[in-house]
Write a protein of this length. Sequence first.
Length: 60
Amino acid sequence: MKQQTKRAAPRSIRIDSALEAWIVERAKQGDRSVNAEINRALRTIKALEERKAQAQKSAA
């Protein structure tokens, strides 16, 4: 029996052409795939938002 590997279902996203060009350029500079660069940028934004929310809680 051949073992089947599970793959994540592909998700298409619509991205502004200027934003896509910026992401592609950053991916090339960092020697990463476009997908990896998108994930990296989103993780950075998420961390910033979490820090901002925590700062607001501690200030209150």
